[in-house]
Ligand binder design. Sequence first.
Ligand code: AMP
Ligand code: ZN
Ligand code: FE
Ligand code: FE
Length: 284
Amino acid sequence: MLGKADLHTHTIASDGAYTPEELLEKAFEKKLKIISITDHDTIKGYLKGKEKAKELGIELIPGVEVTAVWNKREVHILTYCFDEDDQEFRRMLLNQKKSRVKRMERIVKKLQSKGLDITMDEVRAEAGPGNIGRPHAASVLINKGYVASVAEAFIRYLSTDKLGHIKTMYVSVEELVKIAKKAGGVLSLAHPGPLYTQSEIDELMALGLDGLECIHPSHNFNLQRSFSKIAERDNLLITGGSDFHGKGKKDYDPYFGIVTVGDQHVMSLKRMARRRRELTRMNN
Ligand code: AMP
Ligand code: ZN
Ligand code: FE
Ligand code: FE
């Protein structure tokens, strides 16, 4: 037995509060044996965490939470076990990083047009070296006293409902599936719970996703069970994790070390990734 796994966490490489090293220390304290650092559209946190993970005896699964476009919506897709040196995959992530900046420029303009005093430089400063995202804009709004919390910032200004459609250059789900699989990656639809109808999930899966994130703090017991049943019925991988950020999504943070996935699911994930790599090798 390998032990408990958390396949969904964030660091300062995106919108998390902790460095990869700090996150892994915390994982160690929580007795987690397997971790995936799944920052938004970057693997910098994962790469930085490797050494620390080795030192602590934690298995670090290559991971990233990619924002992809589907039907004019932004869909979060967890991608695991990819070849981190795959050039096309790296290029895709670089594009995602640029798309984030462009999108944030549009978001800032929209907020300014609503009369808010906020600049791109201020949001950049909040993001620091990490991939920029709405939680960083939320921090600016908090600092300026417009809102009292990240949750309020989303409710009042930053939700898709409030922002309206923001045009982005994010990768499409179809394109992501192609690039990730070529890099040997395995894909799982992140936190489907509150976001999609059953037929939407079926449509997304038909695009070539391998698994469903059945276990997530936003899923109550019934949702977790119904997603797991779908996964079993359709031969999909079951993935899960706490979506720990250490800030921002504070409502999820208490679940770090608690919302976990059993190692049998990690074994299945790794088995699928292994097979995919063998296939890629055979085709080349
Ligand atoms: P972005 O990467 O710019 O699309 O922002 C998405 C991130 O914002 C999510 O991964 C969460 O960390 C955070 N977020 C989204 N919705 C909310 C919310 N209602 N309250 C707090 N944080 C949120
Ligand atoms: Zn996030
Ligand atoms: Fe997400
Ligand atoms: Fe996440």
